[in-house]
Design a binder for this molecule. Structure first.
Ligand SMILES: N[C@@H](CCC(=O)N[C@@H](CS)C(=O)NCC(=O)O)C(=O)O
Length: 206
């Protein structure tokens, strides 16, 4: 049985959506980030990096959203959550997911986790101040260059859609007006109406 270690409205929502879309059997384990549960020794055995999501599988634990999403898509091929027979299309989906993970998510983290990158209070304040600008710049690239439509990667829904939805939900809290990105906003609204999302969103109240 798969077990998803998650925190409400964190990036783990992307994996949660993928599990629902795959119609997988899974359990949830909530990690309280405010209580720093992600740094407890028991959890560090699951993900030594002390982050959610993590996925317990029959083979062992997985961390990092792009890896978890690819694993779910490949483990449940009937759900058609990725272009499995097309190496190039699969790699493009991975490029999209890795951009979300390594660039967009990191830009967002400079608000709450700025102290990871600097000690000087002035530098920390400056990093936080820049988040609306860097997040908007990231979504500019998604809106104008990466998002194909109607789904992130084109005509077929993929695990990238749940991931984009997850990070697009953070725009307001990062002081970015989502109306600046009409394609992303329309996608976000459409995703919110999807059966999988409606079923699980109760776990991701903000
Ligand atoms: N690179 C990781 C990032 C995961 C991550 O930063 N998750 C956040 C929640 S959205 C977290 O666990 N934060 C707790 C912390 O930073 O201590 C991924 O893409 O899965």
């Amino acid at each position: 049985m798969l077990k998803l270690f998650y925190a409400p409205s964190s990036s783990a929502l992307a994996a949660h959506i993928a599990l629902e879309e795959a119609e997988a059997s899974y359990e949830l384990a909530k990690i309280d980030l405010a209580a720093d549960e992600q740094r407890r020794p028991e959890y560090l055995k699951i993900n030594p990096n002390g982050r959610v999501p993590a996925l317990a599988t029959e083979h062992g634990f997985l961390s990092e959203n792009p890896a978890i999403l690819a694993y779910i898509a490949q483990s449940f091929p009937k759900a058609r959550l990725a272009p499995l027979g097309d190496a190039f299309a699969f790699a493009r989906m991975q490029a999209f997911n890795n951009y979300l993970s390594s660039t967009v998510h990191v830009a967002h983290s400079h608000k709450r986790r700025a102290a990871r990158w600097a000690d000087d209070p002035v530098a920390i304040t400056d990093m936080r101040r820049k988040v609306p600008e860097t997040m908007a710049a990231c979504f500019e690239v998604i809106e104008n260059a990466m998002f194909v439509g109607p789904w992130a990667m084109g005509g077929d829904f993929t695990v990238a859609d749940g991931y984009l939805f997850t990070l697009a939900r953070w725009l307001e809290q990062d002081d970015v007006d989502p109306k600046r990105f009409p394609k992303v906003l329309e996608h976000r609204n459409r995703m919110a109406e999807r059966a999988s999302v409606k079923k699980i969103i109760v776990h991701h109240a903000r």
